[in-house]
Design a protein around this ligand. Structure first.
Ligand SMILES: C[S@@+](CC[C@H](N)C(=O)[O-])C[C@H]1O[C@@H](n2cnc3c(N)ncnc32)[C@H](O)[C@@H]1O
Length: 268
């Protein structure tokens, strides 16, 4: 067993890891992630609170965001001969191992204790320990002439407005050919950690869930332009059970209010 002593925002990595494991071991998985299953089995951590059936929509949202981001990474890798993929707040993400992209240089950034755990579990991957917001520090040894994809999955909601603006500003400054793909929490949850039931018992605070992120991004750097925005309700629709019909019957309801989006922007 691998010891697990993470708390605060670092502990939230257990949520996507466990839901990817559940999907992987389910009856008709839309995502194959055997590594998530072996990590869950190897960690000395009690995941049972995540078995609550009421969390099924959260699980679908996480599985779907994973599928959307896999597609974004695959697409960019296929369009270029060599790219960087920088995974901010990487947690125990298994995308590098799942996608097996031969032309991608992966870098996983996370806080010191997570980086130490990740290094123990993934000894062959590039792990950059420290605050992901301090781009000037961790970006030092990355070749910034290459097209660069920055992935922020389950990460931006824990940063505040000012931190988000500074992050986008520094990414654009340091990586001339940057594409950033990031998850935005449903804007109806704005600043309300309590409304996210799965976070009960985790001491992590929700700080960012804008209705429209573009004003902040273009303030950070006017070159940012929107490439795509995909709501997690828009993929693997059969997984949404009765929600799907409810949303179809109420087209005036903004799905971005209730469900998360993956937004992809670029500066070039
Ligand atoms: C919900 S988890 C997401 C993990 C992973 N991206 C995934 O989807 O499986 C959030 C992660 O962000 C990391 N994190 C939060 N704030 C951070 C910061 N300022 N610098 C580096 N990592 C951070 C946490 O340690 C945690 O691993």
């Amino acid at each position: 067993m691998t010891a697990f002593n993470l708390s605060g925002v670092m502990q939230t990595l257990t949520i996507p890891l466990y839901f990817r494991h559940l999907e992987n071991t389910g009856a008709h998985p839309v995502l194959s992630d055997p590594l998530a299953t072996s990590l869950v089995n190897s960690l000395d951590y009690d995941f049972s609170h995540l078995d609550d059936p009421a969390f099924w929509p959260t699980k679908v949202g996480i599985v779907n965001r994973t599928c959307i981001l896999d597609e974004v990474a695959n697409e960019l890798a296929h369009k270029n001969s060599e790219i960087n993929i920088i995974n901010l707040g990487a947690g125990l993400c298994t995308r590098e191992q799942r996608l097996q992209l031969n032309n991608a240089n992966w870098y996983h950034v996370d806080l010191d204790q997570v980086a130490a755990l990740r290094s123990e579990l993934f000894p062959d991957s590039n792990i950059l320990a420290g605050d992901a917001l301090k781009v000037g520090i961790w970006a030092d040894n990355i070749d910034n002439r290459l097209p660069t994809l920055v992935i922020a999955e389950g990460f931006m909601m824990y940063q505040d407005d000012k931190q988000a603006r500074q992050l986008f500003e520094r990414l654009a400054e340091i990586f001339p050919r940057v594409t950033v793909t990031f998850e935005i929490l449903g804007w109806g949850h704005a600043y309300s950690t309590q409304s996210i039931k799965v976070l009960n018992g985790y001491s992590a605070e929700i700080k960012w869930s804008p209705k429209d992120p573009m004003p902040l991004l273009t303030e950070a750097d006017p070159r940012y332009r929107l490439l795509a925005a995909t709501n997690v309700q828009d993929v693997n629709k059969h997984l949404w059970r009765h929600y799907r019909w409810i949303m179809m019957m109420m087209p005036w309801v903004d799905k971005n209010k209730h469900s998360n989006r993956i937004v992809t922007v670029t500066t070039h």
